[in-house]
Design a protein around this ligand. Sequence first.
Ligand code: ADP
Ligand code: MG
Length: 262
Amino acid sequence: MNEGDGLVARNLVKRFSKDRPSAVDNISLSVSRGEVLSIVGPNGAGKSTLIQMLLGLLVPDSGTIHLFGEDVTRHRRRIAHRINYASTDLSLPYSLTVRENLDVFALVYDLPNPRRAVTRILETFSLGDLARIRVGKLSTGQIARLGIAKALLSSPEVLFLDEPTATLDPEAAQEIRVLLQGHVRNSGLGLVYTSHNMREVERLSDRILLIESGRMVAEGTADELCRKFESSDLESVFLKSMSEARESQGITASDQKGSVCG
Ligand code: ADP
Ligand code: MG
């Protein structure tokens, strides 16, 4: 993809310590407008490190990241208002109400008509009935919904979500999925998304990037990956690809073997 179109990252490397292998080791990816890319890998694979670099919050040791043609590490200020981020790890002020939280962020984002933007996002995310409730009183699912509403308040062109449904029950996770699907369809948003839930990844993603120990294992559509790993579904793709990646790195993963179908 052309550097000017969306997000293009090439050969990213991040090593936190000399005694340990790189957390991200030569990963490249791209995301266009209206496209959903899922980054999938086991705990510690480097997903969050990768997202933090793409956001410009962590400086890569080497490699390049361009968003809308701008170099993210050098010109973060120029693109910061065009992207946003949500994660279940990120907490919102508990003593403020839902509306107050969004009002504060509308000011931070310097929106031209903050009141209208907040009202619209409350409607879109079915948060109207909760507008006067303090965040501390919300359920985990409602907080996740508010986190994503907050991130979409600024009408970003690319949204980064780090495990947005990880702590949610299936019903709350499904709500988030439906909202995201609708938003991507209607707004042309580019979405970079991490998840462990392979059924969710299957439903939401246009393309999937599989990573393990900081390295790219495979990349493609769900169909392409199923063909490549001779699997009938993404769950099997995940198990098989991770097992193969570990074998090729000489790491024994006996608990992974034999659990693969296809
Ligand atoms: P994931 O999000 O896929 O679970 P992370 O990106 O959080 O993986 O972590 C990748 C590796 O980098 C892990 O080994 C983790 O311990 C290490 N790591 C992540 N952040 C830091 C940090 N700030 N300092 C040192 N090591 C880190
Ligand atoms: Mg993580």
